[in-house]
Design a protein around this ligand. Structure first.
Ligand SMILES: Nc1ncnc2c1ncn2[C@@H]1O[C@H](COP(=O)(O)OS(=O)(=O)O)[C@@H](OP(=O)(O)O)[C@H]1O
Ligand SMILES: Nc1ncnc2c1ncn2[C@@H]1O[C@H](COP(=O)(O)OP(=O)(O)O)[C@@H](O)[C@H]1O
Length: 181
């Protein structure tokens, strides 16, 4: 049997509550409905199993991102569309993942879910910003831990100016433009 579709990795990077998981979920559902093989490498699930025991130091975040990047590239190389809603706050760590894909000729898209921190604080889906403000959590990305915005992402999403459906559509359009769907 031949595989009709090329795989690719779509990495959705951005702050907590930026919209990464929501967009991955919507896009994944649309792609599956169209017959694509899709995997969503959810950050929380990865941290429960593959990256169990890792915290949020720079070294641990880098390890987490490299492990996730390895799995994404393996799947994408084998025809799966891989959606990765993972913060990945450090530019060099993201560059290493991109390089891993480039080395095997595997398509890779970096999508910056560029929601301003003020909007993320309002959304605060998991209550992390409130916990940080109350002094119960430290090292929160975008507040008291770094987030290095991508300098040359393949796509920027201003989710505070669009609906989740519009954001997911924009990523789908980027995949279409590259002949990946
Ligand atoms: N200190 C701190 N900073 C950032 N995020 C935190 C922190 N503590 C817990 N969480 C929760 O863990 C999720 C981030 O995990 P990631 O694997 O995406 O992060 S990283 O790329 O390794 O930096 C992240 O998920 P999302 O909200 O979906 O982004 C948070 O829910
Ligand atoms: N354009 C948009 N794209 C994605 N999420 C959006 C958008 N507009 C509003 N939201 C809302 O923002 C929240 C984002 O939460 P989530 O996807 O869990 O963020 P993250 O995975 O980045 O932590 C959701 O409640 C979602 O409905």
């Amino acid at each position: 049997m031949t595989c009709q579709h090329r795989g690719a990795t779509v990495w959705l990077t951005g702050l907590p509550s930026a919209g990464k998981t929501t967009i991955a979920g919507r896009l994944g559902a649309r792609l599956r409905a169209a017959g694509h093989r899709v995997e969503v490498l959810d950050g929380d699930e990865i941290r429960t199993f593959l990256s169990a025991g890792l915290g949020f130091s720079r070294a641990d975040r880098d390890t987490n991102v490299q492990r996730t990047g390895l799995v994404a590239e393996l799947l994408a190389r084998n025809g799966v569309l891989v959606l990765v809603p993972v913060i990945a706050p450090y530019a060099d760590s993201r560059a290493a993942v991109r390089a891993r894909h480039k080395a095997t000729g595997t398509p890779y898209l970096e999508v910056h879910v560029a929601t301003p921190v003020e909007v993320c604080i309002e959304r605060d889906v998991k209550g992390l910003y409130a916990q940080q403000a109350a002094g119960r959590l430290s090292g929160l990305t975008g507040v008291d831990d770094p987030y290095e915005p991508p300098k040359e992402p393949d796509l920027i999403l201003d989710t505070h100016l669009q609906s989740p459906a519009e954001s997911a559509r924009a990523v789908h359009a980027a995949l279409t433009a590259r002949g990946l769907v």
